[in-house]
Design a binder for this molecule. Structure first.
Ligand code: DGU
Ligand code: CA
Ligand code: CA
Length: 318
């Protein structure tokens, strides 16, 4: 009996902390509240809002947590709004009164099981990109700079036909990159490649697209604020994803509509939240997908479409 009461109390505690998390995007920690002065070390992708509605801005140093700083009010009906940064990003502090909810949110994101951290870069300056950067061999190290696409590549909207910021080819590796507010069409892969430690502040048309066949390895990544697909697969391929934090997309992965080639997808140690439709979608009855050791919240259906096999194990709903 006593044990039962204890378990009920523990469950109520979890429910309360999950509820309070809605004043910041998943994977973010609150650093201060509206009206306070916050500061971040280096530039950070700061979210401002409440109850699941946010605007984002890359900020550095000290700033006021206010509508004026962010340029718009994501939720006028709520007077208390919070400023938050990715849990894995640069550290932030408030220089006015420390908010009590900020320590609450730290512990709720600290409960992220074991090794799911997503990308871990602290922003280190920024660059504007007007021509796609081609990574054709070896390793391209972005040095944790924020890469902002110019309108020569695209506007980061949902229009098709935007150019990628990076094109990774022939097994080359791209690492230590942060995409700024305009990510245009993200990364295109041709003939396989690897990305390691990449963060999308604000996903554009898609975050990444497999354009031709190969093996693509995606590790230690974070992606936020997309509208449709996070990963688009347009060619027969093997895709391995590990250690990701992905929030607010239509779908985590889509094999190009109507195609029947084989895609083999494996996703391990990911935290996926707020997918409008779900995680894996295909029209191909030869493709396979699996997700293991991952945390899901409001992630929709795991398997949508005709998968030859689509499995999940070690899944926690948080
Ligand atoms: O008819 O093929 O959005 O590659 C639909 C198109 C569409 C693709 C996709 C992409 O699915 O253009 O970015
Ligand atoms: Ca696209
Ligand atoms: Ca697309």
């Amino acid at each position: 009996m006593l044990k039962k009461i204890f378990i009920t109390t523990a469950l109520l505690g979890c429910a309360a902390s999950a509820f309070s998390a809605s004043n910041r995007p998943d994977g973010y920690v609150t650093i201060c509240k509206i009206g306070q002065t916050c500061s971040v070390s280096g530039s950070s992708n700061v979210a401002f809002g409440a109850s699941g509605a946010f605007v984002y801005k890359i900020l550095s140093g000290s700033f006021s947590c206010s509508v004026a700083t962010f340029g718009s009010d994501p939720i006028p009906s709520k007077s208390v709004k919070e400023c938050s940064i990715p849990a894995s990003g640069s550290g932030g502090t408030t220089s006015s009164s420390p908010s009590t909810s900020s320590s609450g949110s730290t512990s709720s994101s600290g409960s992220t099981s074991g090794s799911i951290t997503g990308a871990t870069c602290t922003a280190n300056g920024s660059v504007s990109v007007s021509t796609t950067i081609k990574v054709t061999s070896g390793v391209y190290d972005g040095g944790c700079k924020v890469f902002n696409a110019t309108t020569a590549l695209g506007d980061g909207s949902q229009s098709e036909g935007q150019s990628p910021v990076f094109r990774v080819e022939n097994g080359a590796t791209l690492k230590n990159v942060i995409f700024g507010n305009n990510a245009a069409d993200g990364i295109h892969f041709y003939n396989g490649g690897t990305i390691d430690n990449v963060r999308w502040t604000n996903v554009g048309e898609d975050a990444m697209t497999i354009k031709s066949s190969g093996t693509v390895n995606v590790k230690n990544i974070s992606g936020f604020a997309g509208s449709d697909k996070f990963i688009q697969v347009n060619a027969a391929s093997t895709l391995n994803v590990s250690n990701c934090v992905v929030d607010s997309m239509g779908k985590f992965l889509r094999q190009n509509g109507g195609t029947t080639f084989k895609v083999a997808v494996s996703v391990d140690k990911c935290q996926i939240s707020n997918m409008g439709e779900g995680i894996f979608r295909t029209d191909s009855s030869t493709s396979t997908a699996k997700i293991t050791n991952s945390r899901l919240r409001n992630a929709g259906s795991i398997c949508i479409g005709k998968w030859a096999s689509c499995t999940s194990s070690g899944i926690t709903n948080y």
